[in-house]
Design a protein around this ligand. Structure first.
Ligand code: ZN
Length: 516
């Protein structure tokens, strides 16, 4: 290989590093805005974030980038396909081509429109007034149609929106997976609804903030949170972010009347750990991030639900919870375990249990395709929403604040995002089956408060690769197949079958997923 070829690769990598650093600058600015910044800083911050995004975009679409990508062709031919350098070149080529297809003007308008829509949505939700938000939603959708038309032929227009969040995923594939998921969930939820509801009243009460922080600290430290590399701060809508592989920021929102934040913190830990265990060889390149939102969510759901709502975890931590909150002194572990796993259809997606949550997602996935197609009048959207919630969950929506206006995603222009939440649930259980095969004594370890083996398995098999492989390829490498909802359905049937003492084939006591 010639000196000029390696020289071109070095120049390409240096440019990629600048793009990556700008992305991380934006993440820190965003983290600051949502945890520290006084409200009046919003206007200044919008300008700063806009500038950083524009400079990064200019670097990505520049002619110099095109030239470097051409020049490294010969160098690339000599590389192992799985090498860091080959993966980086493939990744940059795809990003560059995609970014070049969309006019800079449209991108800027999309960002500006979302910034204008978010405060309007916030007020509309507070006042239960869909009509004031409707023109902004109309605008965001029109821009997505224009965006899709820039990106050329595909099986379905919605593919391009999905691709933003789950690279390579096709609408038809998600539809098939969700149909199968729905087929399994609907009868399971119907059967549970005929059972005596579980009493979850032990989860409400007086839980002082310092004590919540105390139990949270013990859990996080057992999971692998260290002061050297992690922070946890308060926010309104919890999220995880990072400045680098060695600087992870998670957030939480403590409420004195319930313990929800403990589970939400375990969730954000899962996101943080993914970013923290990426190979240091990838640091400073755009590959030093999780590969997709779906795979990311598989990690957060794993720590929140498969670990944090499991019996083995609580066999270790429940005595500590009782010590920190004496109100649990008279609550048996079994009763607590049932309470944290109770199934109860909710109007609100983020308050939903493990089973009904997915119906919220499927509803949004179906609606988004209809919204993108643009058939129908947006004025009818609240009514359509309410009818679907009744059909899917059997509950009435009292107002738009708890209905169609509950999520910020559409205001932020994130159409195509929701599906990744359920894809994450599904993938978490596919990985879990593999993990339980390879680490058969996982329950014993959790009961001892040991989570190192799980952490290392995830680091070795998923995290270290960063964005080297697209999500479908990563999944194929780890589980030897594509996305499959059956392990997730088997997990729910086993766990909920035991909790609700469901008869027939819902109970499968030998399931590898069921903790003894
Ligand atoms: Zn998440």
């Amino acid at each position: 290989m010639s000196a000029s070829q390696t020289g071109s690769f070095r120049a390409l990598k240096a440019r990629a590093a600048e793009i990556h650093h700008l992305t991380k600058v934006a993440w820190v600015l965003n983290w600051d805005q949502r945890t520290m910044m006084p409200a009046a800083g919003a206007t200044g911050r919008a300008g700063q974030l806009g500038t950083v995004a524009r400079v990064a975009h200019d670097l990505l679409v520049a002619d110099e980038m095109a030239r470097l990508l051409d020049d490294v062709g010969a160098y690339e031919d000599g590389l192992d396909l799985d090498s860091d350098d080959a993966c980086l070149i493939r990744f940059l080529r795809r990003e560059h081509e995609k970014a070049r297809s969309v006019p800079a003007q449209l991108r800027a308008e999309m960002i500006a429109a979302a910034a204008r829509a978010l405060p309007v949505w916030d007020r509309a939700r507070a006042e239960s007034d869909f009509e004031s938000f409707r023109p902004y939603l109309e605008r965001n959708l029109a821009q997505r149609r224009e965006y899709v038309s820039c990106l050329g032929e595909t099986d379905e227009p919605y593919d391009h929106l999905l691709d933003e969040f789950e690279p390579g995923m096709k609408t038809a594939e998600v539809r098939a997976v969700f149909d199968e998921l729905k087929e399994g969930l609907v009868p399971l939820i119907a059967e549970i609804s005929e059972r005596e509801p579980i009493d979850s009243s032990c989860l409400s009460g007086d839980f002082p903030l310092e004590r919540q922080q105390e139990i949270e600290r013990r859990v996080l430290e057992a999971f692998g949170f260290t002061r050297e590399s992690w922070r946890i701060d308060e926010t309104t809508h919890p999220f995880a972010s990072s400045s680098s592989i060695s600087d992870i920021r998670i957030t939480t929102r403590h409420q004195p009347g319930d313990l929800h934040s403990l589970f939400s913190t375990m969730h954000e830990f899962g996101h943080g750990l993914y970013e923290h265990q990426i190979s240091l060889d990838l640091e400073g390149t755009p590959l030093a991030r999780g590969t997709s939102l779906g795979i990311h969510e598989s990690q957060s759901r794993m720590w929140e639900n498969l670990v944090g709502r499991g019996l083995a975890f609580w066999r270790h931590f429940y005595p500590q919870l009782q010590e920190v909150f004496p109100s649990f002194a008279d609550v048996e572990l079994d009763e607590f375990y049932r309470a944290i796993n109770a199934v109860r259809p909710s109007l609100i997606r983020i308050d939903s249990d493990e089973a009904t949550y997915n119906l919220h997602i499927i509803l949004r996935f179906e609606l988004e395709q209809e919204l993108l197609a643009g058939d129908g009048d947006l004025r009818d959207l609240p009514e359509i929403w309410d009818a679907r919630i009744r059909e899917y969950l059997g509950i009435d929506v009292p107002d738009v604040a708890d209905g169609v206006l509950q999520d910020m995603h559409w205001a932020a222009g994130h159409v195509g995002y929701f599906a990744t939440y359920s894809l994450g649930n599904i993938v978490s259980c596919q990985l879990w089956e593999r993990i339980r095969d390879e680490l058969p004594d996982l329950d014993d370890q959790f009961e001892q408060g040991e989570f190192g083996a799980l952490r290392e398995w995830l680091g070795e098999n998923i995290h270290r690769h960063g964005r080297k492989f697209p999500p479908a390829e990563l999944l194929e490498r780890v589980v030897g197949g594509g996305i499959d909802p059956q392990p997730y359905l088997a997990y729910l049937r086993a766990k909920l079958g035991e909790i609700y003492q469901l008869g027939g084939n819902h109970v499968s006591p030998k399931s590898p997923l069921l903790e003894s």
